[in-house]
Design a binder for this molecule. Structure first.
Ligand code: AFP
Length: 339
């Protein structure tokens, strides 16, 4: 048991990591701390959701045509306000905003851009299931002034950091700046994220698969074959797995990271490019998966190599334990041939 004065806070941990990596200037530390502050505010609001009668739809729809709930709007504003006047970023993009979000004119733009999904899985709030905030950080490509669309449309392998906050039975922030994946649990009594899961590793063997199987008839033959394999119909190549699906990417990914599993959101006839967004969901989760020893593909290509053409582009996603991800890729190749 650690004495309370021996615990490691998020700030202390990131600072220590920076000391190990001399190229670091401290700005990324502060940026991650800005995200953590927003996460604490969002967590506090989510905890109160059942009490203050703010549930329900805000009446608006977001750029994907999905119904927005009030907490989505609130979380989005909270993220923007936590980041926009810090001088550390030159632009942002959010799953809830159609266009690039510039920093105010009276703020000197910084060297990073941040992209985020402020409240992923928000349809789960009404039923008290876990939701999350996903973030992704890149260095700007342009040299100065306001950030541009090109600064935001970078392939995932150029991320300098990515992570998520899961608002579950406890609140956890999980991030990677490329050197391992680290998890911090919020201690609500002192309002600090404390190191709880250093150097998280995706288990080598997947015990679970997570997919919305109600889409089965809409999948390609290859995807159907891969999922049948997870159910035990391909015993020579794949051991049967247990199934778990929450419908909240952060929660499904988090369980697979800890217990060992594969998450899929494949293309289907209703969503021919998949449902999840490359920049706000797939690239940051792929960055974390790879940093933890796992893998992520769109079925054929490594997610981190995909070059986004637009802010809200969607791609199919297969992410989790490397062997399971590879099983999906090779099964697609065998059934459907090379693209
Ligand atoms: P919501 O934010 O609308 O709940 O969507 C959540 C999400 O983007 C992702 O977190 C889930 O993995 C996925 O959609 C669930 O989609 P299905 O409901 O189609 O399974």
């Amino acid at each position: 048991m650690l004495h309370p004065t021996q615990v490691t806070t998020l700030e202390r941990y990131i600072l220590d990591q920076e000391r190990i990596h001399p190229e670091a200037t401290g700005e990324l530390t502060n940026l991650l701390y800005d995200v953590a502050l927003a996460a604490k505010l969002i967590a506090a609001q989510i905890r109160r959701a059942g009490l203050v009668n703010i549930l329900g739809t805000a009446g608006a729809t977001n750029v994907q045509g999905e119904e927005q709930q009030k907490l989505d709007v609130w979380a989005n504003e909270t993220m923007k306000n936590a980041l926009n006047r810090t001088g550390r970023i030159c632009a942002m993009a959010s799953e809830e905003d159609e266009e690039l979000i510039p920093v105010p004119d009276d703020v000197v733009p910084g060297k990073y851009v941040v992209l985020f999904d402020p409240l992923d899985g928000s349809s789960n709030i009404d039923v008290n299931a876990a939701v999350g905030t996903i973030f992704s950080i890149y260095k700007r490509l342009s040299s100065d002034g306001h950030g541009t669309l090109a600064d935001l449309l970078q392939p995932g392998h150029q991320q300098v950091a990515a992570g998520y906050v899961i608002y579950g039975s406890s609140v956890m922030m999980v991030y990677s700046a490329g050197h391992g994946v680290h998890g911090f649990t919020l201690d609500p009594t002192i309002g600090e994220f404390l190191l709880s899961n250093p150097m998280m590793q995706m288990p080598r063997t997947a015990h679970y698969y997570s997919v919305n199987e109600s889409n089965f008839q809409r999948w390609s033959k290859g995807v159907q074959a891969a999922v049948r394999g997870f159910k035990g119909e391909d015993p020579e190549r794949m051991r049967p797995k247990n199934s778990r699906y929450i419908g909240s990417l952060v929660a499904d990914f988090h369980r697979n990271l800890i217990k060992g599993g594969i998450f899929l959101y494949p293309a289907d006839t209703k969503n021919p490019r998949g449902k999840l967004r490359l920049l706000y969901e797939c690239a940051p989760m792929a960055f974390l998966a790879e940093a933890a020893g796992g893998a992520a593909t769109d079925g054929r290509n490594r997610i981190l190599d995909l070059v986004p053409g637009a802010l809200h582009e969607r791609v199919p996603l297969v992410v989790g334990c490397a062997r399971g991800v590879d099983y999906v890729r090779t099964t697609l190749e065998a059934v459907e041939g090379m693209a």
